[in-house]
Design a protein around this ligand. Structure first.
Ligand code: AMP
Ligand code: GLY
Length: 424
């Protein structure tokens, strides 16, 4: 079978690498991919952008591709699954309607309230006077969220009433996030430890992946502005098997059932961003896709055939199936461009990629070839360097030892990825 992965980043490199291992898969295409996907055996890049749905559909028809997997949220929010359906092409991603769990935070919040799914209490408004009145007597800190997609930047935590009101004004006026901020969710601040729990679902049954934990703030100790994720590890010991069972029972299963009952069956990867507060799980956010960088440490451990599971999800169903993971721990450290998540330079030559070290793997995110055998930076998050080991400590040591050899001008990374797992 031939498979197409849509997306440019580290998550898509991990998906493509994982799919290429399947004995059923003869060829993986990635649109547009990066230097890492292009260098992977059995994987070929194809120069099509993620939002060019018509050309992607033409390519899939032309090559007789049997399965397409969508990496990022944008094409899902723009209805790529619905368009593939119209052409009778198999696409593992939720429909535009089901994707509202991520593309509209007010939709997700109202859905969770209707189905008694544990999440922070919230107030939704499009009106600045209402927002100000609500903020007058809300408990601090308070969380303000732009309703629509804002490239991971649409959440602001305010510790003073004045700052919260200013943020509300900036969002609702359209100044901060354009149309995405014209409606906001004002939410209670949850205290606890975050974790990522990802499942794949056929719309009726959900099958969980191994747990993981992201590191969103740019600097060590969770300081500084949020990024797309500076590193992740798997498993996340904060998600004990008892808490995982609660997450399935109180969150994942009611979500899948609720979406189906409401006429928006959710097929695809469902990412539940959790806050574990006093050993109880609460939903911080839903994403309608695999996490990035969570995909790298989670998929590295996957022993099951991902392509076969996606086919089942779109066909006979996932009932009675499960995903198997090896017992290793994995840690992926993101190497980022100087200045990221703010402005950064691209086109810088990366050295040290060719050294090999056992039990490590480099997943590329923002890289490209200069056509002369050199690898150049082309994004904010450039590489995720993964180490695997019998313990998280060993995985951390291996990842950082491998990262040490890699260099480009102004590169930076966090030095504490995985450390939260060590205390447990
Ligand atoms: P989101 O994009 O909704 O995942 O939010 C980005 C980040 O903001 C999360 O990873 C959390 O660190 C933080 N956050 C969001 N909502 C809350 C909340 N209700 N309480 C505490 N922190 C939150
Ligand atoms: N790592 C967070 C996300 O994929 O949204």
């Amino acid at each position: 079978m031939q498979v197409l992965v849509i997306g440019p980043g580290g998550r898509e490199h991990a998906l493509a690498w994982c799919l290429a291992k399947s004995p059923q898969v003869s060829q993986v295409y990635v649109a547009p991919g990066n230097y890492g996907t292009q260098s992977e055996p059995g994987v070929t890049n194809i120069a099509l952008e993620v939002n060019d749905h018509a050309s992607l559909i033409d390519f899939v028809k032309h090559k007789n591709i049997e399965l397409t997997i969508v990496g990022p949220e944008q094409p899902i929010a723009e209805g790529i699954r619905d368009q593939f359906d119209m052409h009778d092409l198999k696409c593992f991603a939720p429909s535009q309607a089901a994707g509202q769990l991520e593309s509209s935070k007010s939709f997700a919040k109202a859905f969770m309230q209707r189905h008694n799914i544990p999440t922070a209490r919230a107030f939704v408004t499009s009106d600045i006077c209402e927002a100000i009145a609500h903020l007058e007597d809300v408990t601090l800190p308070v969380v303000l969220k732009a309703d629509g997609l804002a490239a991971g930047k649409g959440v602001v935590i305010s510790t003073t009433r004045g700052a919260a009101m200013e943020t509300a004004e900036n969002m609702l006026s359209g100044q901060a996030f354009g149309q995405a901020g014209r409606k906001i969710v004002i939410e209670e601040f949850l205290v606890g430890e975050e974790a990522s729990f990802i499942v794949m679902t056929d719309g009726k049954v959900a099958v969980p992946f191994a747990s993981s934990q992201d590191h969103k703030p740019v600097f060590d100790g969770d300081e500084g502005p949020n990024t797309g994720g500076m590193g992740a590890y798997s498993p996340a010991p904060v998600l004990t098997s008892a808490i995982e069972a609660q997450v399935m029972e109180r969150i994942v299963n009611p979500t899948i059932q609720g979406m189906a009952i409401e006429g928006n069956p959710f097929q695809g990867f469902l990412y539940v961003g959790l806050m574990i507060s006093d050993c109880e799980p609460y939903v911080v956010e839903f994403n309608c896709r695999f996490g990035d960088p969570e995909a790298q440490p989670v998929l590295y451990r996957l022993k099951s055939d991902l392509a076969a599971m996606c086919e089942l999800a779109l066909g006979d169903g996932l009932v009675g199936t499960e995903l198997e993971f090896d017992s290793n721990c994995t840690v992926a450290v993101v190497l980022a461009s100087g200045g990221y998540p703010g402005n950064y330079q691209t086109g810088l030559r990366i050295s040290g990629l060719n050294q090999t070290q056992q039990h490590t793997k480099i997943f590329h995110a923002g890289t490209r070839s200069n056509g002369e055998g050199e690898v150049l930076t082309s994004g904010g998050r450039v590489l995720a360097v993964l180490g695997a080991g019998k313990s998280t400590v060993q995985a951390i040591d291996r990842a950082y030892a491998r990262a040490q050899a890699i260099q480009w001008k102004d590169m930076h990374f966090r030095s504490d990825i995985g450390s939260k797992a060590l205390g447990r």
